[in-house]
Design a protein around this ligand. Structure first.
Ligand SMILES: Cc1cc2nc3c(=O)[nH]c(=O)nc-3n(C[C@H](O)[C@H](O)[C@H](O)COP(=O)(O)OP(=O)(O)OC[C@H]3O[C@@H](n4cnc5c(N)ncnc54)[C@H](O)[C@@H]3O)c2cc1C
Length: 388
């Protein structure tokens, strides 16, 4: 094998999208993925694509990504299932109404097209299936959702067309560093020499970073996910809640796909042949109740699948996207904290910039790993930025 310029660890949406951005420019890229593309968060995800509810530091990235999504299917030559039906973030109590009002004020001031829907009639004019008990909502018409498996497959296939190689079912065991430079990676099958390595390993990123003393502080909570059999069209926007305790959307194939908030992970994960995390019975029951209270028709649907997903949650719920200052050629993309799917098209462009040594096209100060050691992140409302 000719030595690649860049090795990417992880075949989730970040790894696959970065592979495409690099390969289409002629860089020699190898993606090493322990299981299969989208085997972890990028397959477990709700796959909401939103700008609303983002932390101000992440808003420019999210807005740039949302601008990219409509053209993506044509650029990749395959469907992504992207649709733009908006995002409704619901207030179910007076307290939540205050949260939503502040969100709309702050994000409108930041230039986002976000409307405050005052009263149940206003909310149901956008989503008639929402419960009559919902008090108000924010509505961002330019948000939407996509098909995560189709999107990751589209990125992978397009990257392969441009010459990227995918080594699937193979784990990177270590990153080789000589002096202060990356010189290669060692997998459980081979050594691959390279000039740069992008670590996009999701909840496992620290397996490779900690031996290099570059740990990203991560907590790993669990999210319960349910998917129903197809039901008639009833929900265009993605639904979320002021306290992020659920999210829901209707896939283009009619299935409802709903998620819980972030909960304690019991620690068990099977991994043969792909990782499987099973939610608790209690978690499933609570998710059903929470979703059905906001979207009563959910109760009548037939459940087709139940699973759980893990989040790579940082203390301020913002990711780390950086060229590690300590080691030349090492790029870190970790800690997407339950909302890395929607921004991935733009994240991949930034990772491309970092991997080839160009100045990043957006400011990345908020995403430096060093912010944690400097005491950054204090006072941020991580809850609002959670998935959905
Ligand atoms: C239930 C749930 C709901 C979510 N909802 C949303 C949402 O609505 N909107 C949104 O924007 N985001 C959402 N997210 C978050 C989003 O899905 C993730 O942020 C995103 O998919 C992360 O992509 P990734 O490529 O960084 O990581 P992953 O998809 O986790 O990919 C990492 C890959 O790296 C591989 N890997 C790890 N270590 C190694 C190694 N040493 N060698 C080889 N391979 C390795 C893993 O096998 C894995 O496939 C949600 C996440 C979950 C779990």
């Amino acid at each position: 094998m000719t030595a690649p310029d860049i090795v990417i660890v992880g075949g989730g949406i970040n790894g696959c999208a970065t592979a495409w951005q690099l390969a289409r420019e002629g860089h020699r890229v190898v993606v090493v993925e322990r299981y299969a593309p989208a085997a972890m968060a990028s397959g477990w995800t709700l796959a909401g694509v939103r700008q609303s509810g983002r932390h101000p530091a992440e808003l420019p990235l999210a807005r740039a990504a949302v601008a990219m999504w409509p053209a993506l299917a044509e650029e990749l030559g395959a469907d992504t299932g992207y649709t733009r039906g908006g995002n409704l973030r619901l207030a179910r109590t007076e307290d939540e109404t205050g949260v939503i009002r502040r969100l709309v004020d702050d994000q409108c001031a930041a230039g986002l097209d976000l409307t405050y829907l005052d009263g149940n009639d206003a909310v149901r004019s956008v989503a008639p299936a929402v419960a009559p008990t919902v008090l108000s909502a924010s509505f961002c018409p330019t948000d939407g959702h996509a098909d995560p498996l189709a999107t990751v497959a589209a990125y992978r296939t397009a990257a392969e067309r441009h010459g990227a190689t995918f080594r699937l079912g193979e784990a990177v065991r270590s990153i080789e560093v000589r002096g202060d430079r990356v010189t290669g990676v060692v997998t459980d099958a081979v050594r691959i020499g390279c000039g740069a390595c992008v670590v996009a390993g999701g909840v496992h990123a620290n397996d490779l970073l900690t031996p290099l003393a570059l740990t990203v502080p991560l907590r790993v909570p669990m999210v319960t996910v349910l998917q129903t059999a197809p039901v008639p069209p009833l929900l265009k926007p993605v639904l979320g809640a002021a306290n992020a305790d659920f999210a829901a959307r209707q896939q283009l194939d009619g299935r409802l796909r709903v998620t819980s908030g972030a909960t304690h992970w019991h620690g068990a994960m099977d991994d043969d042949p792909v990782p499987v995390v099973n939610p608790s019975v209690d978690g499933v029951a609570r998710t059903i109740e929470t979703v059905a209270a906001a979207l009563p028709v959910f109760r009548e649907a037939r459940i087709a699948r139940v699973w759980a997903g893990l989040l790579d949650l940082t203390p301020d719920a913002l990711p780390v996207i950086e060229r590690a200052p300590e080691i030349a050629g090492l790029v870190i993309a970790a800690g997407f904290s339950g909302h890395g799917f929607g921004i991935a098209p733009m994240t991949a462009l930034l990772l491309r910039d970092l991997a080839v040594g160009d100045p990043p096209r957006l400011a990345l100060d908020a995403f430096r790993r060093a912010r944690f050691a400097e005491g950054g992140g204090a006072g941020l409302d991580a809850g609002l930025t959670l998935h959905g």
